[in-house]
Ligand binder design. Structure first.
Ligand code: ISJ
Length: 266
């Protein structure tokens, strides 16, 4: 389901099409982002099976020291940390404080990124965007009592969005390597705006927004035998998905790219 740096590297070795020492190309990174769109759209569709279920977000749920969702995410992240999830540089916890250590044998992930990448985690912003802005746009109001399944679905959405957005580190690394001479002056000047315009490809962004809307139509239609289903009725509104990308996913990915580049010469 996931395309990791390791898979990119294996593909790169097979294709041997590039002279970078680990063979990573912007096209490979973009192909992974495109694949991740499928997972994101499906996760939103899964979450939309449940209504809002606001008791899951009540910050004063007795016995939980925070909301049920917070409790669920913290406990799940602790289990996943023990199983080694956050040893992978592509994974970022939402509650990084006091996570237990991994108990699985150390795997040597390829060192593609500058070490400063480790200090970048914008999951607080992603959490706030997801619960306060996005969720009310694509789930129906109401309460069906399925709070644990709702929390599990929320965590899935949060993790896939976080992975996509933090992939900006890899995007930035490849762009930096491809055009080092252009990137160095604004990095030395710590000039965010200049970096933002260097790394922006408006045509790619437009294509991403159109494609995710199309994926929401394709994956979110009612599939029926014998007729063409309910035309125009989708499990998640395609406009909400392209809005999610245009308003948050793309800008936050670029924010990660900029944060990474600012530290790239440290
Ligand atoms: C991720 C990239 O960087 C920027 C962000 C994009 C995105 O988040 O989809 C698309 C184009 C660029 O403006 C990229 O160039 O692919």
């Amino acid at each position: 389901q996931r395309t990791s740096v390791r898979e990119h590297k294996m593909a790169a070795t097979a294709a041997s099409s590039d002279n970078l020492n680990d063979g990573l190309t912007l096209q490979m990174v973009r192909d992974s982002l495109i694949r991740q769109e499928d997972t994101i759209v499906f996760s939103l569709i899964e979450r939309a099976r449940f209504p809002l279920n606001s008791p899951a977000y009540d910050p004063s749920t007795p016995g939980f020291c925070g909301s049920l969702v917070e409790f669920f995410v913290k406990k799940t992240e602790a289990v996943q940390a023990t199983a080694g999830r956050y040893e992978n540089p592509e994974e970022h916890p939402f509650f990084p404080d006091n996570l237990p250590p991994s108990l699985v044998p150390h795997f040597k992930y390829p060192e593609v990124l500058h070490p400063a990448a480790m200090s970048i985690n914008i999951n607080k912003v992603i959490w706030d965007m997801y619960f306060n802005k996005l969720l009310p746009l694509f789930v129906a109001p109401g309460d069906d009592g399925n709070y644990a399944s709702t929390a599990a679905s929320d965590l899935e959405c949060l993790q896939v969005l976080s992975r996509r957005i933090h992939y900006g580190k890899l995007v930035a690394e490849v762009k930096f390597r491809n055009e080092q001479k252009d990137y160095e002056p604004p990095i030395r000047a710590q000039d965010r705006d200049a970096l933002a315009s260097l790394l922006t490809f408006a045509d790619v962004e437009e294509a991403v927004k159109k494609r995710v809307a199309k994926k929401a139509m394709t994956f979110g239609q009612e599939v029926k035998l014998g007729d063409n289903g309910d035309k125009g009725k989708y499990k998640v509104d395609p406009a909400v998905v392209s809005g999610l990308y245009g308003d948050w996913v793309i800008p936050l990915t670029k924010e990660v790219e900029i944060e990474y580049l600012l530290r790239r010469l440290d």
